[in-house]
Design a protein around this ligand. Sequence first.
Ligand SMILES: *Cc1c(COP(=O)(O)O)cnc(C)c1O
Length: 382
Amino acid sequence: MDNTNFIEISESAFKNNVDYINKRLNPGTIFSHVVKGNAYGHGIEEYVPMAARNGAQHFSVFDAHEAFRVRKVAANVDVMIMGMITESQLEWAIENEVSFYIFDEIRLAKAIEWAKKIGKKALIHLEIETGMNRSGLEELSWDPICKLLRNEKEQLEILGFCTHYGGAENISSHGRVLDQMKKFETAKIIYQAAGIVPKSYHSACSAAFLRFPQSQQDLVRIGILQYGFWPSAETYLAVEHSLSQKPDPLRRLLSWKSTVMNVKKVKKGEYIGYGNSYMAAYDMQTAAVPVGYSHGFSRSLSNSGRALIHGERVAVIGLVNMNVMMLDITHIESVQAGDEVVLIGNQGELSISVSSFSEYSDQMNYELLTRLPLDIPRIIRS
Ligand SMILES: *Cc1c(COP(=O)(O)O)cnc(C)c1O
C-alpha cells in the first residue's frame, strides 16, 4: 500500500559520490561500503542491491544481524562485521562466509571451535588497539594471539589486519591519529615477525581517507561520504576549500517526503494544536502533514522546523504531535490535500538539509540519519 510518508534515494547521486571517491582511491584499494545503522538510515534492503548493481563488492556492518540483512539481498558480495557477533551467530557467519573482527582471545577461540565443527575456515580480521580504546587487541595479548593463530592456521583465513581512528574528522585529534598510525605500523611488523601474514591491511574511514591518503592501504571503510555528507565541516573546508564557493562535489541521496493531509483556515487569536504554544497572530491558513515524532520528526522542531510546499519554505507551527505536524501556508495560494511536502531534500529551487534539523553540530548528520525509523518506506529513484 502507498505510504504518505516516504524516503527517496537517488541512484544518480550515489553514482556521483562513488565517482568522487574513486578519483581519490589508490589503484587496487578496495572500497568497502559501510552500511551499519540501516545504511545510515537509507535502508539496507534498498541501498545494498542498488550499490551492488552499480559495482559495489564489499560491505561493512556493525553486527551479525545487519550482516544477515545484507546477505539476504546480496548473495555474492563480501560482508564484514566490524563489531558485535555472539557465539551462536559465529556459526552462521562461518557457514555463510561472512568475515568478522577479532578483538579478544575468547572470540578467536570460539571461532576456531566452530570452524572445526563446521569444516570451514573462519574469515577473520585482527583488530589492533592503537589508541581509540574501544575494542582492539592490546599489546599484552599479541604473543598468545600469534601462537593461537599459528597453531590453528588450518581453521582460519586472516583476511585483514585493522584499526579505527579516534577522530580523524577533527584537526584537534590529528596528533592522536598520527600516533595511532605509528602504533599500527609497529604492530604490523611484530605480527609479520611472528609469522602472521594477513591478506590485507585497513584502517581508513571517510575522514581518514580524505585527510590522510596514506591511510588507504588495501581497503577503505567508507560510510558517510558515499551518502553525500562530509564527516565534518572541517573536513569539507580542508579538502574542497569551499571558501572559494565551488559547488559541493557530493550529492545527497536522501529526500524525506510526505503529502498534505488537510488544509484549514484559522482566525486571528485562536490557538493551533495542543496547548497554547502557538496563537494565530492574523487570519491564517494551515496544512496538517501526517508526520510526527513517532516518524522521527523531532518534537524539538515544534514552532521552529521548516518544510517545503509548492517550492516555498514554510514554518512548523505549534507542537509536533505523535503523528501530525502543522505548517503555516497562509501566504501560499491553492494548497490542497495530497500536495507534496518535502521535509529533507529539494523542491523547486529550495532545499532543506539534514543539518538544518537542529543546531549545527558535526555529528548531527550521523545521528539524524540513523534515527530515521526503519519502517518508513525507502524508494530508489534513478
Ligand atoms: C562507522 C565506521 C566506519 C565508517 O565511518 P564514516 O565516518 O562514516 O566513513 C569505518 N570504520 C569503522 C570501524 C566504523 O565503525
